[in-house]
Design a protein around this ligand. Sequence first.
Ligand code: ATP
Ligand code: MG
Length: 384
Amino acid sequence: MYNKILIRYGELTLKGNNRKDFVNKLKNNLLMWIRKEELKVEYDRMFINFSTKNLDILQNIFGIFSYSPVLECESNLDSIKKSIKNLLNEIDLNKFKTFAINSRRNDKTFSLTSHELNIEIGNFVSEILPNFQVKLNNPDLEINIEVRKENTYIFYENIYGLGGMPLESAGKTLHLMSGGIDSPVAANLLQKRGLKIVFLNFITPPHTDKLTEQKIDDLINVLTKYQGETILYQINYTKIMNLLNLISDQKYKITLMRRSFYRIATLIAKKENIKILSTGESLGQVASQTLESLCTISNATDLEIFRPLICFDKIDTIKLAQKIKTYDISIKKACETCELFAPKEPITKPHLFKVIELEKELPNLFSLEKETCEGNLKIKKYKN
Ligand code: ATP
Ligand code: MG
């Protein structure tokens, strides 16, 4: 019965060029999944052809506040009444006893005001459904009529979208991605604020295996649903890990490894013209995520680091992971680079001067990192 889907975008505070960019980005994002002929863009609305496939697609697109399957008809009273009748024929009316008409007149040249249209269509519906009561406040069934210049749209359902900002409206981030619970959730929160994610993952074969890599693939495939296409830089980190094993104070190994992750990430980000790094780190969760640790690690890069989970309780992260369907993948058992490498008692409050001394014990560390970026780098592409 429906012929279109009406899309509303949020972020009402957007103005001027920001608004134009926002709408353009959203449009381009939709075009990754929907053909050009199916899409119509207006100042405050977009319309796409109705199909259940298109309804599903909208579930994963950031920047959409809500949407409704609608009947599109001509902007005149006869056509509107005909469509209202069609709509009532399709709705299961048994669950409803009261109704209201809610008209919104976007086209001020239309012959009736919103109020007059409410009354006219209200009377029309009362004739078709004599047992129904009009109830303006909180009715069982609210029939919406949106009169616009070219067409009028009739609907009763309102489905909430993901909200947030359209993908890439804020640019790109290079995201340090593990197979754990946190980093996929962090990636999705960044996507929600308009960042397109480029992933970076360190593996240490033969200590990590096919299963470790499969988990990363599966997680990225889930997150690719929100951005259509994705790139992963996967780095064979074994040589550097072996080198870090040689330092004189084993308690510092994880701190040194994380600094090394950040240095490599910085090299790749700069080469790819990406301005920020991001991680799934959260304050106080584990030894390597105390304030002192985070500061010591951050010192290894001059790029801004986004840590969207910094104030999250684990339980809240888990809830989000379940919602976006990464949780079941994350909890699968596989060998993770960090876990394999962790000393029995990692330092919880590392000192920067000590870290720098330890790095000096490994004079070829930085050059090996550079080499690794060039030689031991695999680039994988994902598409949705
Ligand atoms: P996660 O669940 O995201 O793995 P975590 O609580 O297990 O987080 P850590 O293992 O200490 O914490 O990792 C902290 C962050 O470091 C991760 O969120 C991720 O951003 C990054 N990270 C850890 N391991 C890797 C890896 N093998 N490759 C890339 N980044 C990693
Ligand atoms: Mg982890």
